[in-house]
Design a binder for this molecule. Structure first.
Ligand code: NDP
Length: 335
């Protein structure tokens, strides 16, 4: 189901105090859109630690409170727009302060799907998850356009959860081109599957293709430009979004069209399908990855090799592709 402006009634938000936890990427965009949709400035409170994001919010005319617990007390609606990995710590510390009828809004399904946030059964828990970075959420709104967004009601404590979720979606500009009915399960499954199933395979395919072509005598310069620096893959995906995933192939030469379509049809997907199912069911949906990530997430704050992400970058950059690209960028004077 797709919800449009006509499905949403902004009057549902009348008199409600709307609190944003976080004024970062999404918080800044959504709060400004909401205000420009007619929600009075005095009914919007930004809760943020005392730093640059808070300064930014103040400079844009918002009321900023640094005490998250105090902000939680007055919230009829609370947007959780702080990074996913800090949400459980920050939210669960103030959850006792929230009203019994508060509506909690997340922009990502992760913490709700894995039950990392503590709600009361009387509260509404909804997801309004733009499929865009915050700057695009804002710029598309300013241009009078909508943006793709998932919406769901995960817990309807007040019986009014959907009406509130749709009104909020409309206020941030998400129902203009249609907000797609979804769920935290669907959003989390697709997001984590793309990150752990699809894209690792794409990275691996590029890495192996690079090595095979390098061995066949192709130069680093030619390979780096041919494979991604020319921006051809970006243009292909742009055309796929505009014209269709398969139809965009018509822009390629006959040799290319025949090679790609025939080659893809000839490939046997059985092994990769089994691998994808393993990732989806035995790594993503069963919570294995979530537990693994929770165990390492504190170390992501550390510097140098103590940070697991730095180690992964180091290892990945040791590949032939990583080394080749480094040489090309150095020769071109690029960092
Ligand atoms: P950001 O990283 O941009 O959020 C930063 C905000 O969180 C700042 O206000 C920051 O304030 C605050 N913050 C960071 N750490 C803490 C902390 N320990 N305690 C209190 N406040 C903290 O987040 P995003 O906007 O990227 O993400 C917010 C939500 O939106 C997430 O659920 C994400 O999955 C979702 N989302 C993000 C998208 C994106 O494009 N980025 C797209 C769609 C959904 P401070 O000044 O204190 O650092």
């Amino acid at each position: 189901k797709i919800y449009y402006d006509s499905d949403a009634d902004l009057n549902v938000l009348k008199g409600k105090t709307i609190v944003f936890f976080g004024f970062g990427n999404q918080g800044a965009a959504q709060a400004q859109n909401l205000r420009d949709s007619g929600i009075p400035n005095e009914k919007i409170i930004i809760a943020n630690r005392e730093d640059n994001y808070a300064v930014d919010a103040k400079s844009k005319g918002f009321t900023v409170w640094h005490d998250f617990a105090k902000a939680a007390e007055v919230a009829d609606v609370i947007f959780l727009l702080i990074p996913d990995q800090v949400q459980p710590r920050v939210f669960n510390a103030i959850t006792s302060k929230l009203k019994d009828t508060a509506a909690i809004v997340v922009a990502s399904g992760y913490n709700v799907f894995f039950k990392l946030l503590n709600f009361r059964p009387t509260q509404d828990v909804t997801m309004v998850a733009p499929r865009m970075i915050g700057s695009s959420v804002r710029s598309l709104y300013e241009k009078g356009k909508g943006f793709p967004c998932f919406v769901s009601v995960e817990q309807d404590g007040t019986g009014n959860g959907l009406a509130v979720a749709l009104a909020l979606s409309r206020a941030i500009g998400a129902t203009k081109t249609g907000a797609i009915a979804s769920s935290v399960r669907e959003e989390t499954a697709m997001d984590l599957f793309a990150e752990q199933g699809l894209w690792p395979n794409i990275i691996m395919l590029f890495r192996e293709a690079y090595s095979v072509l390098k061995e066949a005598g192709c130069s680093d310069e030619a390979l780096v430009y041919e494979m991604w620096m020319s921006k051809e893959p970006a243009e292909i995906f742009e055309a796929a979004a505009e014209e269709g995933f398969i139809k965009q192939l018509k822009h390629h030469s006959s040799v290319s069209q025949y090679g790609q379509l025939n080659g893809a049809l000839k490939l046997d997907g059985t092994a990769i399908r089994a691998h994808f199912k393993e990732i989806l069911y035995n790594q993503v949906l069963n919570g294995k990855f979530q537990k693994e990530f929770t165990a390492i997430e504190d170390a992501l704050e550390l510097q140098g090799d103590a940070n697991p992400l730095n180690q992964l970058y180091k290892k990945s950059e040791e590949s032939e592709l990583g080394q080749g690209e480094k040489r090309v960028r150095a020769r071109l004077g690029l960092s």
